[in-house]
Design a protein around this ligand. Structure first.
Ligand code: TPP
Length: 465
């Protein structure tokens, strides 16, 4: 990390030249770890020339989404520190396991939970080898990944899960990365409307980050191939205020991203402040649209075909480095392009001046108690179900409805947990038709959109959705 390299970098934006350099280095470290996890079982710091023996036999993983998610993670780390945010990360493209595993390793959470994965060369070797390997960890953002409340695999639920985490959690901010492929699924396409159910006083914040890297597995995505105006109108129509960050020059992108996130935090703070001061208008929450190349910083051409910025970057860009000497050479050049010797010290630990970019303690997204199973669970207060039992005088003597009784029971559950706000009823508009109407003696349907006099049981703050 020489002063000369630092000075070469342009800096027009909120990041000082020094911070820009360090954030970019942290991003390079995360990208290096993503590639290492996919390919290597040995020689993690490339201290020897790369040889076929260092490569895993069976290659599995998703590179395409990883550099974009690494970029997002390092920038979220900055705003968490800058604004002391209580933030968790939901990875819609949860097939990008290498990004989340790598980032939680860099911030230190991973080694705390899995002490064998130490912060040195040996730990790095284990981190790389265990990924998508027999006896190791899955290639997706699985439950054992620190800070993960959203299993990757079946696309479509990230935004619903993000809202679920934010409800009744007013201090929490949920950053939700949504793949542009994932955005084509039915569940995701309708989840944009969740902003009509979020109360800015009693609920937390969801920050959707639509990752427009242009492709799904082997095809372009729709949202990447409509005009920016059309996309903006679509998001405006869903009630969001979209901000765009677009490009492929890392230096410019870092500045743009930092500037945009600062503005977004400003908007969120204004919305919450206005709501606390009694403004009851439905807010237009900000969201971010990040357009970056799929497989950003990866190989540009493989076997004569374009990879970076194309659908070919989705999974493993170099299919066969253990057998194909040209692929091996390319893999080594790719990994060395991140300059690992500048990122990790003699021992193999992330250099201290980079490590200090991560938030500390429970502010780290991998260590946030809201995203680590059970740490903030509050037991439901339950009524005695026997009190709701129907007295039967004989076979066929009573006429009763089971759901009416369940409704009374649920109404008692709502009453007893009203204060601790840890119980809600979700349903496809069948609360009344399924005879659960007793619940409306205790609560209403939460609804932040327009209300008419003819409506029933709607309120800004209710337990039924
Ligand atoms: C419901 C569902 N449909 C299809 C797939 C298969 N699939 C896995 S990854 C992927 C592409 C995802 O694209 P995107 O969300 O944009 O992620 P990225 O391009 O960043 O990898 C698809 C279609 C899936 N996992 N789940």
């Amino acid at each position: 990390m020489t002063v000369a390299t630092r000075k070469q970098q342009t800096s027009t934006g909120p990041l000082s030249a020094d911070l820009l350099f360090k954030m970019d280095a942290y991003w390079r470290a995360a990208n290096y770890l993503s590639v290492g996890q996919m390919y290597l079982k040995d020689n993690p710091l490339l201290r020897k020339p790369l040889a076929p023996d260092h490569i895993k036999r069976l290659l599995l993983g998703h590179w395409g989404t990883s550099p974009g998610q690494n970029f997002i993670y390092v920038h979220l780390n900055r705003i968490i520190k800058e604004y002391d945010l209580n933030m968790i990360y939901v990875a819609g493209p949860g097939h990008g396991g290498p990004a989340l595993v790598g980032n939680t390793y860099l911030e230190g959470t991973y080694s705390e939970i899995y002490p064998a994965i130490t912060k040195d060369e040996e730990g790095l070797q284990r981190l790389f080898k265990q990924f998508s390997f027999p006896g190791g960890i899955p290639s997706h953002v699985s439950p054992e990944c620190p800070g993960s409340i959203h299993e990757g695999g079946e696309l479509g639920y990230s935004l619903s899960h993000a809202f679920g985490a934010a409800f009744d959690n007013p201090d929490l901010m949920v950053a939700c990365v949504i793949g542009d492929g994932e955005a084509e699924t039915g569940p995701l396409a309708t989840a944009w409307h969740s902003n009509k159910f979020l109360n800015p006083v009693t609920d937390g914040t969801v920050l959707p980050i639509l990752h427009l890297n242009g492709y799904k597995i082997a095809n372009p995505t729709i949202l990447a191939r409509i005009s920016p105006e059309e996309l903006e109108q679509l998001m405006l129509g869903y009630g969001w205020k979209p901000y765009f960050v677009e490009g492929d020059d890392p230096q410019k992108m870092h500045q743009q991203m930092a500037e945009t996130l600062d503005r977004i935090i400003g908007d969120i703070r204004s919305i919450r402040e206005a709501a606390v001061n009694g403004n009851s208008e439905r807010p237009r929450w900000p969201m971010l649209i990040l357009r970056s190349p799929k497989g950003w910083t990866g190989p540009k051409l493989v076997d004569g075909l374009p990879v970076e910025g194309s659908f070919r970057a989705h999974q493993v860009p170099l299919a066969d480095p253990a057998q194909n000497p040209e692929h091996l050479k390319q893999l080594e050049a790719w990994m060395r392009s991140y300059r690992p010797e500048e990122l990790f010290d003699e021992k193999g630990a992330l250099r201290p001046d980079l490590a200090e970019l991560a938030p500390v303690g429970e502010r780290r997204m991998g260590a946030n108690p809201n995203a680590n199973g059970g740490l903030v669970l509050k037991e439901l207060r339950m009524p005695d179900f026997r009190e709701f039992a129907l007295e039967l005088s004989g076979p066929g003597k009573e006429k009763a409805s089971d759901t009416t009784i369940v409704g009374k029971f649920l109404s008692a559950v709502i009453r007893q947990n009203q204060e601790q706000r840890n119980f809600r009823i979700f349903g496809p508009d069948e609360t009344l038709s399924n005879k659960l109407d007793a619940v409306f003696k205790e609560t209403n349907r939460q609804w932040e959109a327009e209300e008419l006099d003819t409506d029933q049981y709607l309120a800004r703050d209710g337990r039924v959705m």
